[in-house]
Design a protein around this ligand. Sequence first.
Ligand code: ATP
Length: 302
Amino acid sequence: MALIHVENLEKSFKDIKVIKGLNFELEAGKCVALIGANGAGKTTTLKMLSGLLKPSHGSICFEGVKKRDDIRKLIGYLPQHPVFYDWMTASEFLEYAGKLSGLSTMEAKQRSYELLELVGISDARNKRISKYSGGMKQRLGIAQAVIHRPKLIMLDEPVSALDPFGRREVLELLEKLKDEATVLFSTHILNDAEEVCESIIFLHKGQIIESGTMNEFREKYQQSKIDLVFQESPEVYLNALTDHPEVISIQVEGYKASILVNDLNAVKGLVLNMAVQGDWPLYKYEISSITLEDVFMKVVGK
Ligand code: ATP
């Protein structure tokens, strides 16, 4: 069931239209990634959905919510650069945020206790936020965004500024949040979206240029490829394949080569035979299917 319907959403700053008629629905209980390059319009879209920016045109409707209801109760939002009161402890900050969003003192205490456990910083609950690492602050920001049990949680680039450990922790946390609410997060890290999201919306210059699930993309852009890693430059070994009727293209980057093929069965054995007979200096031979990065490159026309 759809939680939110977005119709013909537009935003202009002065005379410049930066969001150009978005139409989409978010299904309840799913995790959705909003993907786009810098300046594509991700932040502007999330700000309109969270009520922080007024759309120039179009509508955002929550299922079962009347026009005059306060939608802020339904939404949790973590901005790209969250700001905290650094002199507070995490517990104090969360309790304060809970009370601001309408919880009683008791409820705010209880919920803050639960959430610090959920986001994995309960040991540091009484430490000042100024002493927190970037990853800890991001987790605290997520806890703050969900303190009032919203139905939709929106996170603007929640992992981009984190090191690989922090990123992993926050991605695991996003998985847990799916049990509590619908999650919409923006990113330009395609692997992250592929890992945790059920569906993906590609935004490009203020427009949705593709959307769907990874399986739908695999069907639509079905293309098999053979990835090879050599110990030296691969070109000389692959020349004989360039004119093969089932080979679409061969992309070489350093010692790596990707052979895109129409008919995998017609080429996979041939490449293996050539490798064995020609004694190719191969590190890796792998048959793989299309990735989100391949889809992104295709849809933005690169
Ligand atoms: P990034 O990944 O760099 O955060 P983004 O996809 O979130 O980018 P937005 O921040 O939504 O993109 O910006 C979309 C476009 O709108 C950009 O061209 C930006 O310059 C413009 N824009 C955003 N906010 C304003 C504003 N307040 N006034 C004028 N132009 C703006």
